[in-house]
Design a protein around this ligand. Structure first.
Ligand code: PLP
Length: 392
């Protein structure tokens, strides 16, 4: 471990298990450590750096905006926010957007909106949100309470009241819970941290029907699945079903912190002046970045590219599975949200990949997750597939 890493560990709270490399620079899908060693990045800041590292258009837009106007708060109108809000609304089911700074904060906003909506529509007792087992919604008190994994809550009890959990993929379990006390159903279209789990085709449409029957809002947490990650702009497009509310973050500003709550006019009307706010939300600089990300995704073919690269990666991983049936239990994924469930723990594989110059992530102890920048090329995917047999 270098001296710099030791200094960091001495003064920063020890909440992360870090891989002992100090990264200092990035370009495209590659990052470099302090010794100049190159790594192919199949983590992308945990599905954040959609355009890779140091994307020239992103850098130019952010630098230009920094020199013009950095921050004034939402007490005033700022021009970059207009374009981003319009683009999100024009390209989704939503009529309105609330901007914030992270995924957890977006889900907090959605949960508040659900409670406010229930009260506004004459159901003051409806404050419960049905969430799913194995889900992940963030680390704030309300979002860890919404999260369906005990390890995330441990040590912080009592959790916030108002969340109940059903097994992911089980429509009957939601139907049993869904009574007049339920404000919303909150679900990731594909479980991300939970191990890249794809539901049966009738699941999300079934949740839509159930919510329509009772007046509960259907809220999709697309923080990991949104913005081209699955080969479509929104994960829910794979099932042709629309939510009332959707949360975003991760790739939205290409590496700068930005989150968003998108909602239909009807749902959004529950939040009036003064009911929700943030100092930093949608500042000019993150909006300049988001403008570039959305343009690349929607207008310059990046979604289609991600879908093609996702196919290449998935096919390669499936071939790998047939070569290593006793090491690989299952290959799952859509687009560039791809995973390999190993037989046995994945930490050693992650370490061996780092030693060979590849950054990959492991979730749920045995699920290798591949989340490269959406600009990843076939050559870079082949390089990953080339090294995995030796490591396995
Ligand atoms: C589906 C989902 N929701 C919420 C979050 C929380 O986002 P953040 O870490 O930006 O608060 C994450 C982060 O991994 C996520 O994957």
């Amino acid at each position: 471990m270098s001296e710099l890493m030791a200094r960091l560990d001495k003064v920063v709270m020890q909440t992360y298990g870090r891989t002992p490399i100090m990264l200092v620079r990035g370009e495209g899908c590659r990052v470099y450590d302090e010794g100049g060693r190159e790594y192919l990045d199949f983590v992308a800041g945990i599905a954040v750096c959609a355009l890779g590292h140091a994307h020239p258009k992103l850098v130019a837009a952010v630098c230009e905006q920094m020199g013009r106007l950095t921050h004034v708060s939402n007490l005033y109108y700022t021009a970059p926010q207009v374009a981003v809000a319009e683009k999100l609304v024009d390209s989704s089911f939503a009529d309105r957007v609330f901007f914030c700074n992270s995924g957890a904060e977006a889900n907090e906003g959605a949960i508040k909106l659900a409670r406010a909506y229930a009260k506004k529509t004459g159901r003051p007792g409806a404050f419960w949100v049905i969430c799913m087992e194995r889900s992940f919604h963030g680390r704030t008190l309300a979002t860890l309470s919404a999260t369906g994994q005990d390890k995330i809550k441990k040590g912080f009890e009592p959790v916030v009241e108002g969340f109940m959990h059903a097994p992911f993929g089980d429509l009957d379990a939601v139907e049993v819970l869904l009574d007049e006390t339920i404000a919303a159903v909150l679900v990731e279209p594909i479980l991300g941290e939970g191990g890249v789990v794809i539901p049966a085709d009738d699941y999300l449409p079934g949740l839509r029907d159930l919510c329509d029957r009772t007046g509960a809002l259907l809220m999709f947490d697309e923080i990991q699945t949104g913005l081209g990650r699955t080969g479509r702009l929104w994960g829910h497009e794979h099932w042709s079903v629309f939510p009332d509310v959707m949360t975003l973050a991760k790739g939205l500003a290409g590496g700068l912190p930005m989150g968003a709550v998108l909602a239909t006019e009807k749902a959004a009307s529950a939040l009036g002046p003064g009911m929700h706010a943030t100092t930093f939300g949608a500042g000019p600089v993150v909006c300049a970045a988001a403008g570039v990300v959305l343009e690349e995704l929607i207008d310059h073919g990046l979604i289609e590219h991600a879908a093609r690269m996702g196919e290449t990666l998935r096919r390669g991983l499936e071939e790998l599975q047939s070569s290593f049936p006793r090491r690989i239990q299952e290959v799952r994924g859509k687009g560039l949200l791809c995973a390999v469930e190993l037989v046995g723990p994945g930490a050693g594989v992650v370490q061996a990949m780092v030693e060979r110059g590849f950054l990959v992530n492991c979730t749920q102890e045995n699920v290798l997750r591949f989340l490269p920048p959406l600009i990843v090329t076939e050559v870079e995917i082949e390089a990953l597939l080339g090294v995995l047999p030796e490591v396995l």
